[in-house]
Design a protein around this ligand. Structure first.
Ligand code: PMP
Length: 405
């Protein structure tokens, strides 16, 4: 891979060249969804222009080649996570993958009184599915509180929470609000010693670090394509093949069966067992393309670039009166903040008027907002295609908004 150069990388993203309110777009909302490189956009168009067919059925040439590309993309995802290909299930995204684990694994394996530890910094997608399955099984969701000073999790707290009743631990690899990177490797070790299964939400992590599920050893790891330069509507679940094999299906329909009759149905093997219905073939192929695109980048160089931009941003906003950073994590790709006495959504609206796209609100993390005693915040999230100029524009725009409000 050639040395990372943002000016070269940026050229791959046509959407970044547009204007918003007559100002050059400064896109700083990549934690919500990333922009897409041309290679990914073209792969979707090429698929529908010349390769579209349903997969895993029929015997004509197009269906055979679509199936082949669809399964090759699965192998690309498996290699990307250093997982065995039998461990990869296509889903619509992280949310669907978490619901699959809850409704297939947890619903089958949890009983009255069993405990699911969920951290207080989770996205709602890694909280609500556990609450639903707790209601169905009589299990209990146990909160692992966040240290509100550091916006990190204390491992000593986990030692207190792990009991003989603990069956599962659910944790984000990287927080979508503060960018906190959780020590998932240690969490997994501790949880396994206590006999619990670990679910890692990698939605924010896959884009920023090399994932190796074989070394990390989670039982389940999930992510969404759309935060990884791929389209929305495709994502993946990694599950240990031994667990997937033992899990019942959660959706019924075509493709997930060996044989159907009114006297009983025989299910297909995993992962087909979890993939009822016609899948998002173009999405899967495009996700494979996004991973190939990312593999052509010097990722270490890209992360150093992002960290330098985060540093520039932190320094730039330091002087802005009454601005408080929420749970600052040095070296992360996000900075969340509030300005005392000003509503976060007003700041985001004023930034938008200056062409700067950021996210404001609760970031689907009500429990974390409550713990921090705020009703929301502005989140700036940086991707490898952002530039120093983006950051200086953003800092100037925040200063201007703060002067106006
Ligand atoms: N977990 C985290 C940490 C996230 O940031 C997100 C997306 N904001 C999700 C889960 C849910 O992902 P999706 O909406 O793509 O299913």
């Amino acid at each position: 891979n050639r040395h990372f150069d943002v000016n070269i990388t940026r050229r791959d993203f046509p959407s970044l060249a547009q204007k918003i309110h007559d100002k050059p777009l400064v896109y700083l909302d990549s934690a919500a969804t990333s922009q897409k490189p041309l290679a990914v956009i073209e792969s979707i168009s090429q698929y529908y222009s010349g390769a579209n067919a349903n997969v895993h059925r029929g015997s004509h040439s197009l269906t055979a080649s679509a199936t082949n590309r669809f399964e090759t993309a699965r192998k690309t995802v498996a290699d990307f996570l250093n997982a065995p290909v039998e461990g990869i299930v296509w889903t619509r995204g992280a949310t669907e993958a978490l619901n699959l684990i809850a409704q297939s694994y947890a619903r089958q394996n949890l009983d009255q009184g069993d405990e699911i530890i969920v951290t207080e910094m989770e996205h709602h997608a890694n909280i609500v599915p556990w609450q639903l399955v707790a209601e169905q099984t009589g299990a209990k969701v146990v909160k692992w509180p966040v240290n509100t000073k550091t916006c990190q999790l204390d491992l000593a707290e986990l030692d207190n929470l792990l009991t003989q009743k603990t069956r599962m631990v659910c944790i984000a690899h990287i927080s979508n609000v503060t960018g906190t990177r959780n020590p998932v490797e240690t969490v997994i070790e501790k949880a396994h010693q206590a006999g619990a299964v670990v679910v890692v939400d990698g939605a924010q992590a896959v884009v920023h670090e090399k994932i190796n599920v074989t070394a990390m050893n989670p039982d389940f790891y999930v992510f969404s394509g759309h935060k990884l330069f791929a389209p929305a509507g495709i994502g993946a679940l990694y599950g240990k093949p031994s667990l997937l094999e033992a899990m019942p299906p959660w959706h019924g329909g075509g493709k997930m069966v060996e044989k159907v009759s009114f006297s009983g149905t025989q299910y297909a093997q995993s992962p087909a067992k979890f993939e009822a219905g016609t899948p998002n073939v173009a999405g899967a192929i495009a996700l494979g393309e996004a991973i190939h695109w990312l593999s052509s980048i010097d990722r270490k160089g890209a992360e150093a670039h992002i960290a330098a931009l985060q540093n520039q941003l932190i320094e730039g906003i330091q002087g802005i009166e009454n601005l408080r950073v929420v749970g600052l994590q040095n070296g992360a790709s996000v900075v969340a903040f509030n300005i005392d006495g000003v509503h976060h959504s007003d700041i985001a609206t004023l930034l938008d008027q200056q062409g700067v796209a950021v996210r404001s609100g609760h970031h689907c993390a009500h429990p974390l907002m409550n713990a921090l005693g705020i009703n929301g915040c502005v989140r700036i999230s940086i991707a490898l295609y952002n530039t120093k100029k983006d950051i200086s524009h953003c800092v100037a725009a925040i200063q201007k908004a703060s002067d106006l409000l």
